[in-house]
Design a protein around this ligand. Structure first.
Ligand code: FES
Length: 130
């Protein structure tokens, strides 16, 4: 079961030349939970803890450009969009049985805090992932 928390994301630190935003502590995202980081309408990230593995993908489903991935069903490291059932591999972002793709983002854990790569502003992340 997914329980979702939502918070506003912001660029907080630079790691290896890239900007990362503080998501939450490891304790605040136990296995089976998800969290959404909102930067703006086109830049939202869905962060998942799948059996201790952290995955960050765009929250916007490319099927109908809907910001709902964070509410998806998780099974075997895939997320299924709650609107029409498109399923995506959380490791690669690729749709199962289709050409669509969720953009993936790097996740780091530093001293018990989860940091997520900040999406660039050059183009919508949902579009870039296709
Ligand atoms: S909006 Fe995600 S499958 Fe339709």
């Amino acid at each position: 079961m997914n329980t979702n928390d939502r918070n506003a994301g912001s660029a907080d630190v630079e790691i290896d030349g890239r900007d990362y935003a503080r998501a939450c502590t490891v304790a605040e995202l136990p296995p089976g939970r998800s969290r959404m980081l909102y930067f703006d309408e086109e830049r939202q990230i869905a962060l998942f803890n799948v059996d201790g593995e952290l995955h960050a993908v765009t929250n916007i489903c490319p099927h109908q450009h809907s910001p709902v991935i964070v509410d998806g069903m998780i099974e075997d490291c895939t997320v299924t969009c709650p609107l029409h059932g498109w399923a995506y591999d959380l490791r690669s972002g690729r749709a199962l049985g289709g050409g669509a793709r969720l953009k993936t983002f790097d996740v780091r854990v530093v001293e018990g805090v989860i940091w997520v790569e900040v999406p660039g502003e050059e183009e919508p992340t949902w579009f870039r992932g296709m």
